[in-house]
Design a binder for this molecule. Structure first.
Ligand SMILES: [Zn+2]
Ligand SMILES: [Zn+2]
Length: 210
């Protein structure tokens, strides 16, 4: 693949400025950085998962007290997020190993799972700008970071999956997006939209019954 003169962000499809990294715009890089930062540390999302382990914790389902059946001892979805091979630490360390082969990260499996998360986040954040400019799979990295951030955030806030919002492209095509959608291409006219441009499109009008 050659970089065309009008290279676009591989994550949100916005046209890149000359001073931006080769694979992603500043906004996407900043967002990935924010998500990584939010996961780590003693008050980060990963650390706060343990408080969500008990059934009925936080905004989870109804409390099970009084139920005749024995309660499930732990919320398995939360537990899964916390494990070494789970959807947070697993992919984080996979990327650390990957970047390490290019001399851009240090793998460290010492310490608690929390320390490993913190270490992985630290080493990945340190070379994030390098990756945005040089790593061919930066978009995949960005999507995976977003997915792990979303999965943890949802457990802690009890938020339901993002609602789909129909918006209308000037060509008349209705695009079905969520508030999370990083970017989209209109199937009607081929226009590329970044996240903020999508958010500025008018909501599709509800069809009024005649
Ligand atoms: Zn972007
Ligand atoms: Zn269109």
């Amino acid at each position: 693949m050659t970089l065309a003169e009008t290279a676009a962000c591989t994550i949100c499809h916005r046209d890149l400025r000359d001073d931006e990294p080769a694979y992603a715009c500043r906004i996407c890089v900043d967002l990935i950085d924010q998500h990584l930062r939010a996961l780590a540390g003693p008050t980060g999302l990963y650390a706060r998962l343990s408080a969500q382990l008990a059934p009925g914790a936080g905004n989870g389902g109804p409390a099970v007290s009084g139920s005749r059946t024995a309660p499930v001892p732990l919320r398995l979805e939360v537990l899964n997020l916390m494990t070494a091979g789970g959807p947070v630490l697993g992919p984080l360390e996979t990327w650390v190993r990957d970047w390490e082969t290019q001399g851009r990260a240090d793998m460290c499996e010492a310490g608690t799972l929390q320390q490993r998360v913190d270490h992985a986040v630290g080493t990945l954040r340190f070379n994030l700008t390098w990756a945005a400019g040089r790593h061919l799979a930066f978009d995949e990295f960005g999507r995976e970071v977003h997915a792990m951030w979303r999965a943890c955030d949802r457990q802690i806030t009890g938020e339901r999956p993002a609602r789909i919002v129909p918006v209308t492209c000037p060509c008349g095509t209705v695009l079905r997006i969520t508030l999370d959608t990083a970017g989209a291409r209109c199937p009607g006219c081929g226009e590329q939209y970044g996240h903020s441009e999508l958010m500025e499109l008018p909501l599709a009008e509800r069809r009024i019954a005649a």
